[in-house]
Design a protein around this ligand. Sequence first.
Ligand code: F6P
Length: 507
Amino acid sequence: MSNPHDTVFDSLQPHAERLRQLPIARLIADDAARPKDFALRVGPLYASFARQHYDRPTLDALFEIAEAADLMQAVRRLFDGHLVNVTEGRAALHTALRSDLSDIDHVRDASAQARAARARMATMVEELLASGVTDVVSVGIGGSDLGPRLVADALADAVGGPRVRVHFVSNVDGNAVRRTLARLDPANTAAILISKTFGTQETLLNGTVVRDWLQNDSRVYAVSANVQRAADFGIDEHRILPMWDWVGGRYSLWSAVGFPIALAIGMEGFERLLSGAADMDAHVLATPLRDNVAVWHALTAIWNRNAMHAASQAVLPYDERLRLLPNYLQQLVMESLGKSARLDGAVLAGHTVPVWWGGAGTDTQHSFFQALHQGTQIVPADFIGVIRADHAHDSNHAALLANLLAQTEAFANGQASDDPHRAYAGNRPSTLLLLDVLTPESLGALIALYEHSVYLQSVLWGINAFDQFGVELGKQVANKLLPALQGDIDADDPVTRALLSEIRRRS
Ligand code: F6P
């Protein structure tokens, strides 16, 4: 018997067929109200879907799918702390870290715990700032690194310059920690070890190097859901901030995992980030499907993947300060949605997440945009721009925005030529997300939009957005191979054996 989730997108196929004859430029030319009707404003964020390759009848079909999947109810379940992470029997309450939108007791309790942790964090931020520390090394990886790294980098100037300089060390490659420490003086440096599990190899190894280099345990802090392990590592419990199993690592920058953010932009800036995300939460929870920006974004993703068969998705921030957004989104989106089993364990027949990748414009125009304009694969793109600059270089900013608008236009419209080498087929779909200005609030809203879109995509695909069993196998094999790298034991796998012997010969 066929599975409802395998056939749920069948209604889209006739639209995909029909639109093959109707390029994006034609859809725009034939529907004067499209630029306005295919766009939404939510606080500081304007989202235009007018250059996606769908039309009104297609949107009707997409919203019917959203209706049938009861997306609004799914959002309610998330906010109300249902066990949406079914494979691990957990809630995913990142919204409780920043919003107060549920009456359910255990969610209110979660919010209260988050507030208490923030109060402790505020005290630690003050202490550290008053202590004369000028630099902080934040050690963590994945969700314990990418969010704080993105936000601290993006907002350091927007809120009046760094309070302390924050440096991030994630990679187990010793060059990462060596390079970072080489620039610092242990006399005015502190360290934060961030790990939900406090069992992550990279963080424990780098954390040990940094702790030994500091030679001052009173300046080592931790953030973890496993306080005992952090204490066993030698960190004083007074300097350990909690997190909880009801927050997924890649959704955790709003918790004490954001400690480095608060150090870089101040506690007030951190609270403003949370309030921007809370505004997006309120919008997503309360706004009907047709006016809900996260629903539009998620349906667009499903359309491009399951009806138009796009195998990859680009994310192209036109703002140097958002250059780390693609890295951050790679984990958020691909670790959440890179699944091939449904919630009930059945294997999915269709495709889930495409490959997400990207980089900041305009640099990327001079690297991979050639392939986006004329390559044989169509890559849908999210362009992100900021309307008002925070610098005095007006001509640069005008050029930046001109390039941003030009690219979205050129992708959609293309340009005919008798010379195939000089022809642009166009018909490349894109979404444009415009922030009024880059503030903690607008960045909080943007990130929260992506979080909600990811969750909604998972509901539409019938998969769990909150586990990540796919990353475990590699860790297990690496643990098994570590003794072989450090001694003479051999590996079971013949190819690994040959590689080990080559490594030993050349070491
Ligand atoms: O890469 C797998 C993963 O478990 C991520 O989901 C997580 O964000 C990262 O490792 C770091 O984990 P931890 O915070 O427990 O050190």
